[in-house]
Design a protein. Structure first.
Lengths: 188, 243, 211
């Protein structure tokens, strides 16, 4: 990894942290307010790609673990890794990695549709696939109960996937960070 | 990975003579955009200024001098060391101060950031402590030792960025528009700091008064050196040309 | 950015960070292996006592980290009372509460730098796959440095757009902000090289050879 990649990784870890400061936005018609932090997960993957995006979320979790209250709602410290919603946190680095992987795969013909697929698979499917079982485990409830209980958050996540996709396509046009295989991006 | 290399601290500089920085037929391109088109010159003066319009190639020129950017064609030699193959030794000799101090400060607090460079060089902890205390004192930052860097003023941040390079004890320092983002008072303060440095300096700047008393000023235009000489000649030539 | 660390000189503060983390992990595994109500209830009393008496932390230091999940714990308890049985619910909730408080005690009594050092140490086996532990500490430090910077630049982009008559704050600021901070990060990468971030592996090797 080049020094610039380290800076990108730290930058997106910081962006996810700053998004945690954004107060939850109530959206008419949605059961729960939307928090901005998973938008950062999606952006990290779709702007930085698989490896750097995944590492950015690992760095973010490390910052949470060492005691910075940068999780939405001002939470932080080691406690959040055993809480009932901890599984969702575990999923973030993997989600960013998967989003990045799909984004890289689609990079040549990347557009809003491909971006949406990447963000929905990585940013929703992966996150719930990991989050739901851990909620069941930590709460000692059935998988089914955990599964149905998570439904209220799906509409908000869809909104975020669309937002992240729009941003990802615009950033690709303005300042692409992911490089096409075999070709170097123009340096700044 | 560089596990095969010898440890940095044992890497005795093989008694390199200070012969200056030499560019031989240097061409540099980003993709298909060429920003430097065949620059050849030798810098041996104590204070060299670099001026030119935006996009004239002066920023790339500055980055070539310590191996941050490698030439697409041609060679850059620092005291005879090729920046393409001896980048680490070159960077030890040539420090670099960026335009935006925010981009140069990488640790959350002042003292931690100052210790970063010398720690990378393998300088012993007690020596680092001494150097840090010394620059904090010299630049009036002593009271900010454990303060978060983002609470410093713009001028203080640029002083911190310069101090972060000085603690690495380079022989030369390249400045890339060090006063562009500062207000007048802070720009003057930084100019004075640069003036008092014992090191050889190369200063890229739009602030022409910063280059008063320099030994040599290069004017860049369209990726080549359009004028080269003492500031008394080159600066008026440049201002006349800019209209 | 203020961390959740509370300075102090108690025995708990002075226990090495690595040991505290190991004990926390052991407690986690232990609590999930047991289903006994007295054991988990005892664990809650024990960790609260450690926090308040041994570590001499104020109530607020524990509460600030536990409060955000209290609602969730209440929902969990209600769910168990309705669907399974109160006893299972009590065990599940108390188990989580014990762990949350224990983690809060570790976080409040251990400096960020000490925890970062443990993270680096835990990562040192990854050397064989090319991970340089020192870089983990560097990335964490840079993240802490960037948080106020990104917040600051976001505020500036928002102001600039408001000045040009943008009434709505939304996605419109995200793209220019991202481009701006990505550019800055690219320069940070150059600055890392200029300040010798590349030299680090050689130094590590030397340190190891000397020990």
């Amino acid at each position: 990894m080049k020094s610039r990649d380290l800076a990108y990784v730290a930058l997106f870890a910081a962006i996810v942290a700053v998004l945690g400061l954004v107060p939850p936005v109530p959206v008419p018609g949605l059961p729960v307010p939307i928090t901005a932090q998973t938008l950062g997960v999606m952006l990290a993957g779709s702007v930085l790609g698989a490896k750097r995006g995944g590492l950015a979320l690992l760095a973010f979790l490390a910052v949470v673990a060492v005691g910075l209250p940068v999780l939405s709602g001002g939470r932080g410290g080691l406690g959040v890794f055993v809480g009932p919603t901890a599984g969702y946190l575990y999923s973030w680095p993997i989600a960013a990695f998967v989003i990045g992987l799909l984004t890289q795969l689609f990079w040549r013909r990347f557009n809003l549709a491909w971006a949406l697929i990447a963000n929905m698979v990585g940013g929703i499917l992966v996150i719930y696939a990991i989050g739901i079982p851990f909620t069941a485990l930590y709460g000692d409830i059935s998988l089914w109960a955990s599964f149905t209980g998570s439904f209220t958050f799906i509409p908000g996540d869809l909104v975020k996937a669309v937002a992240a996709s729009v941003v990802a396509v615009a950033v690709r046009r303005a300042y692409p960070v992911i490089e096409l295989p075999g070709r170097r991006a123009t340096a700044g | 990975m560089r596990w095969g290399r010898r440890p940095a601290a044992l890497e005795e500089a093989p008694s390199v003579e200070r012969t200056g920085i030499e560019l031989r037929d240097v061409v540099h391109s980003y993709g298909d955009r060429t920003v430097l088109t065949g620059v050849s010159l030798t810098l041996t003066e104590r204070r060299v200024g670099v001026i030119g319009a935006n996009g004239s190639g002066k920023s790339t020129f500055a980055r070539l001098l310590n191996g941050l950017v490698l030439p697409t064609e041609g060679t850059v030699l620092v005291d005879g060391l090729d920046t393409a193959t001896r980048a680490r030794e070159v960077r030890r000799r040539v420090g670099f101060v960026f335009q935006d101090p925010d981009a140069q400060i990488v640790h959350p607090t002042v003292a931690e950031d100052l210790a970063f460079g010398p720690t990378n060089q393998g300088v012993p902890a007690d020596e680092i402590e001494r150097r840090v205390a010394d620059v904090l004192d010299r630049y009036g930052l002593a009271g900010h030792r454990d303060h978060p860097a983002h609470l410093l003023s713009g001028g203080q941040k640029q002083l911190l960025a310069i101090a972060g390079v000085l603690v690495m004890r380079p022989e030369r320092i390249v400045f890339d528009e060090p006063t562009t983002l500062l207000d007048l008072a802070n720009a003057r303060r930084v100019a004075r700091v640069i003036e008092e440095l014992p090191q050889d300096v190369v200063v890229v700047s739009h602030h022409l008064e910063l280059l008063d008393g320099f030994d040599r000023v290069l004017v860049f235009e369209d990726g080549r050196v359009a004028a080269d000489g003492p500031p008394a000649e080159t600066v008026p030539w440049y201002t006349a040309r800019m209209g | 950015m203020q961390s959740l660390y509370r300075p102090g000189n108690s025995l708990v503060h002075r226990v090495p960070a690595g040991l505290k983390l190991a004990l926390l992990a052991a407690l986690g595994v232990g609590l999930f292996l047991t289903g006994s109500l007295p054991v988990v209830a005892g664990a809650v009393v024990l960790v609260v006592a450690v926090g308040l008496l041994a570590a001499r932390l104020p109530w607020s230091a524990l509460l600030v980290q536990v409060r955000p999940v209290l609602i969730w714990l209440a929902v969990l308890l209600a769910f168990h009372v309705l669907v399974t049985d109160p006893r299972t619910g009590a065990v599940a909730v108390l188990r989580l509460l014990a762990l949350l408080v224990a983690a809060a005690v570790v976080t409040a009594t251990t400096r960020v730098t000490a925890l970062v050092a443990v993270v680096e140490r835990l990562a040192s086996p990854l050397r064989v796959v090319g991970v340089r532990p020192a870089r983990i500490g560097l990335v964490i430090a840079m993240t802490l440095r960037f948080i106020p910077l990104v917040a600051d630049r976001a505020a500036r982009v928002r102001e600039a757009q408001a000045a040009r008559g943008a009434s709505r704050v939304g996605l419109g600021i995200v793209v220019p902000l991202l481009v701006q901070v990505l550019r800055m990060a690219a320069t940070v990468g150059e600055a890392l090289d200029a300040r010798g971030a590349d030299d680090a592996p050689a130094r590590r090797r030397l340190a190891r050879a000397a020990s």
